[in-house]
Design a protein around this ligand. Structure first.
Ligand code: RIB
Length: 310
């Protein structure tokens, strides 16, 4: 078995996507323009983006024993992601996400996590040898939080770099999440839920970053959609804005996952690169993803990207 450099402990969802010009009002029915299903879930999305950039990955997750689950396993195989640690629950359905994308490309998502919530500490223990030999371990909050926390502890204790994406955000996040995370990466709305600081510009994002460092993580990245991201670390307590190229977004679903997956790839394969440079490249890759519809279907492959990214 090849060693995985990027390990993701996280979710798989089937995305059920409707494109509409606007959101319905309560009690209203409106016509949408298009419906499609796709592969999603923040964990799997991040793993797929890292794999498409060329990372050797491993995904530790749980789907149902239903058609969505079997299809998802095929999707992992197509993306070159080993399925050794993709469990199938007998008694829960594969996670599903109902997604509405409006005319401005903004997304509104409701997840029903299903089998994702059956991923347990036993599953992590079975994969411990893979988690502790990786270069980077990534996790989010679409599985049971105590499982994500245990994965962070396992990786951190084994000297593996930990990248934590606290999404969807929790107001009462266990403080240990911060101490076991080398890098925390969140978007504006997650930043506000975590810290109570509303983020409207890079200066606000810098304040959030500093607040997250005070809680114990070493580096905080706050993504700002079309404005790129802000990074701050304990090495130098000065927030830096890393802007990105302006593009016309058609669907922003999963852009944050494309960013996190790309960042995991650079951390694992180009550890000597300055972090700001990794973030510039991850910004660029996420920018490509917003220019096509769908989640994983919009994530770029290495062969289609400018080679100076590698
Ligand atoms: O971040 C986007 C993802 O959030 C979607 O793929 C959906 O499945 C939810 O997990």
């Amino acid at each position: 078995m090849a060693v995985a450099e990027v390990v993701v402990v996280g979710s798989c969802m089937t995305d059920l996507v409707s494109l509409t010009r606007r959101l319905p009002k309560p009690g209203e029915t409106i016509h949408g323009q298009k419906f499609f299903t796709g592969y999603g879930g923040k964990g799997a999305n991040q793993c797929v983006q890292a794999a498409r950039l060329g990372a050797k990955t491993s995904m530790i997750c749980k789907v149902g024993k239903d058609s969505f689950g079997y299809d998802y396993i095929e999707n992992f195989k197509k993306n070159g992601i080993p399925i050794e640690f993709v469990g199938q629950a007998e008694d829960a359905a594969t996670g599903a996400a109902s997604i509405i994308v409006n005319g401005e490309g903004q997304n509104f998502i409701v997840i029903v996590a299903g089998a994702n919530l059956l991923l347990d500490i036993g599953d992590l223990k079975r994969a411990a040898h893979v988690i502790t030999r990786a270069k980077v371990m990534v996790c989010q909050l679409e599985v049971t939080p105590s499982v994500s926390l245990e994965a962070l502890k396992m990786a951190h204790t084994g000297g593996v770099k930990t990248l934590f994406n606290p999404a969807p955000a929790l107001t009462d996040l266990d403080p240990q999440f911060y101490t076991y995370s080398d890098i925390i990466c969140c978007n504006e709305s997650e930043a506000e839920i975590l810290t109570g600081i509303a983020v409207g510009n890079p200066e606000d994002a810098g304040r959030v970053g500093l607040a997250l460092l005070e809680r114990g993580c070493k580096t905080a990245v706050v993504t700002l959609g079309p404005e790129g991201c802000v990074v701050v670390s304990t090495k130098e307590l000065i927030p830096k804005h890393v802007p990105t190229k302006k593009v016309t977004a058609v669907d922003t679903t999963g852009a944050g996952d494309s960013f996190v997956g790309a960042l995991a790839f650079y951390l694992a394969y180009y550890p000597a690169l300055p972090l700001e440079e990794m973030l510039r490249k991850a910004n660029f890759i996420a920018t490509i993803s917003v220019q096509a519809t769908g989640t994983q279907s919009s994530f770029p492959y290495r062969k289609d990207l400018p080679q100076d990214l590698f």
